[in-house]
Design a protein around this ligand. Structure first.
Ligand code: SF4
Ligand code: SF4
Ligand code: FES
Length: 574
């Protein structure tokens, strides 16, 4: 029902049941917020969104107050602006004054609010926080001194991830965000997904950066420095680099990475095709033998750590195929090294991913062969942007370049797992080939696409109807696992991505609050699938060549040695 309320002396339309804040936004009136998050129930914790409501003594947090006909509101009265300014001044009173050196300098909501509210002097001085930063995790750094207690990380980790690494501890001016028993992050159940970084308004949470070692290696003439970049990066960076958006910019990324000094640049889409080919062969074997079903995907390293610590009884149900990053890494230091006659010790392998959990995955013990890691360093999308700026690369002036041989072919399926649902769809296509040696009649599986965080469908392969499920956000995965335990599901393959929407919304991506940007990233991927001729991993000529020359058959001994891994129960503080 549409009603009218008075805002700043004018009548505006409002939907009954909406909050004041939603109504203001719908009418183009901007009110600052800090603790509020789209799609979450408001907590009213920060009070930055306060407005003056006629007849009320106190200012009202607009994010949690519903509209009704009688409301007369002032959004920017002197009293309201003073109150918001005072809140920012209080937050700054014990904040470290190191904005120039802060990783979020220029991209910090607290900094933006100080500018917006014209805070130009320190009127309130509080004791500076003495809390130490925590560098223990391979992916995430916590700097509690910069925490403004908005609670956004707590809620994302609990309500989307179902992990609940963080909570509030103590009260009053001693309140802080803490892990279980206030231990370092590497002792906690954190899965390194980085979703808390994406929501944190300040520099209190950020990725651990590996810049320096990459620069050192690029400058070392003894080393062959090789980069691979994830397909999800090529669809998320155009805007950030000032290029025309809505386009896959793989060719530009190859050119930029070459200018920076990488000796070879590979597109991880090849590794994705390899993972699809091998993983669907593994699924075909399990279906033929009716064992360890349903099979869970293994591409998402956040999900893998969660499974090891929360569902260890499901370990045999998880595909043993490594993630595309690790398969690519293993092939670079074996097949490629052999072909080019380079010692694996002289290769420094850098993987550029949309994900902080990949930093954790790369350093797992199981991802090494005779002491040589498949991947030496993982950079996030955000770190790549900084590297491009650091080396003064003007991407606008670059011509597209092709990625290097022998990993320079891909199918459109090699791009699809960037989006939640894309892996399951690509697996279904190649599973049909492994089971029947025929192609699926309809390769576009619409029911596995879309924005719903849980999707399921049955695909007819030969005489069988094979169930596929897609979940993103681990809360949805946990719900599905419960149904499986209760015997309520006959699904055969389950794609799990920890981040909602998949890697296009990974915790290492460039910051965006824009839903449209995410939809646009998915659209680029599916448009490629519509336009391109090779849509299945098993028709990628480079993959067929790799099996013929080096790996043998899928699931061969050599495949198991290089492309598969194992998982173990992980005891963590919950
Ligand atoms: S990285 Fe993910 S799991 Fe770890 S604290 Fe942040 S949101 Fe939670
Ligand atoms: S760490 Fe960041 S997101 Fe979490 S409460 Fe502090 S400021 Fe908010
Ligand atoms: S945004 Fe409304 S109280 Fe924080």
């Amino acid at each position: 029902m549409v009603i009218e309320i008075e805002v700043n002396g004018k009548n505006i339309k409002a939907n009954k049941g909406d909050t004041i804040l939603e109504t203001l936004y719908n009418n183009g009136i901007k009110v600052p917020t800090l603790c509020r998050m789209d799609g979450f129930t408001p907590t009213g914790a920060c009070r930055m969104c306060v407005v003056e409501v006629e007849g009320k003594t106190d200012l009202i947090p607009s994010c949690s107050f519903p509209v009704d006909e009688s409301l007369k509101i002032k959004t920017h009265s002197t009293r309201v602006i003073r109150a918001r300014k005072m809140l920012v001044e209080l937050l700054l009173s014990n904040h470290p004054d190191d904005c120039l050196y802060c990783i979020r300098n220029g991209n910090c909501e607290l900094q933006d609010l100080a500018v917006e509210l014209n805070v130009r002097e320190r009127r309130i001085s509080g004791d500076k926080s003495k809390l130490n930063s925590d560098h223990s995790s391979p992916g995430i750094i916590r700097d509690p001194a910069k925490c403004i207690l908005c609670g956004r990380c707590v809620r994302v980790c609990e309500e989307i991830l179902d992990v609940s690494t963080f909570d509030f501890m103590r009260r009053g001016n001693k309140t802080a965000i803490s892990t279980s028993m206030n231990k370092d992050l590497n002792f906690s159940n954190c899965i390194n997904c980085g979703q808390c970084i994406m929501t944190c308004p300040t520099g209190a949470l950020h990725e651990k950066t590996n810049f320096d070692i990459v620069q050192d290696m690029i400058n070392n003439p003894e080393m062959n420095v090789i980069a691979q970049f994830s397909p999800s990066i090529a669809v998320s960076l155009a805007d950030e680099l000032g290029l025309r958006s809505g386009k896959d910019i793989s060719g530009i990324l190859v050119a930029a990475l070459k200018r920076i000094g990488f000796d070879k640049v590979f597109d991880t889409s090849f590794g994705v095709d390899l993972a699809i080919y091998e993983q669907s062969a593994e699924l075909a074997d399990r279906i033929k033998n009716d064992e360890n079903l349903p099979m869970f995907s293994s591409c998402c390293s956040g999900w893998i750590k969660h499974m090891e610590q929360s569902h260890p009884d499901m370990i045999d149900n998880v595909s043993t195929s490594k993630s595309p990053q690790q398969m690519m890494g293993a092939m670079i230091k074996s097949y490629f090294a052999e072909k080019e006659d380079i010692s694996p010790n002289k290769i420094f392998s850098v993987s550029i991913m949309p994900c902080t959990a990949k930093k954790f995955e790369a350093q797992r013990e199981e991802m090494t062969h005779k002491g040589v890691s498949d991947i030496d360093v993982v950079l996030t999308t955000r770190e790549l942007v900084k590297l491009i700026h650091l080396y003064g690369i003007d991407v606008q002036s670059l011509d597209e370049e092709k990625s290097d041989a022998p990993f320079n072919n891909r199918s459109s399926a090699g791009k699809m797992p960037a989006v939640s649902g894309g892996l399951a769809e690509s697996i279904a296509r190649t599973l049909a080939f492994h089971l029947t040696e025929k192609e699926l009649t309809n390769i576009k599986i619409a029911k596995l696409r879309g924005t719903k965080e849980r999707r399921e469908t049955y695909v007819k392969i030969g005489r069988q109807q094979i169930g596929f499920a897609v979940v993103s956000g681990l809360k949805n995965a946990n719900n599905l696992i419960k149904e499986i335990r209760d015997g309520k599901s006959d699904i055969k393959f389950i794609e799990v991505m920890a981040c909602p929407g998949g890697c296009i919304n990974g915790g290492g991506q460039v910051f965006t609050n824009d839903d449209k940007a995410l939809k646009n990233r998915a659209k680029i991927i599916y448009d490629l699938d519509d336009k391109e001729a090779i849509n299945v991993a098993h028709k990628n000529s480079g993959i067929l060549e790799l099996y013929k020359e080096f790996l043998g058959e899928p699931m061969s001994e050599k495949c198991v040695k290089f492309l598969h891994t194992k998982y173990t129960q992980r005891d963590v503080l919950l």
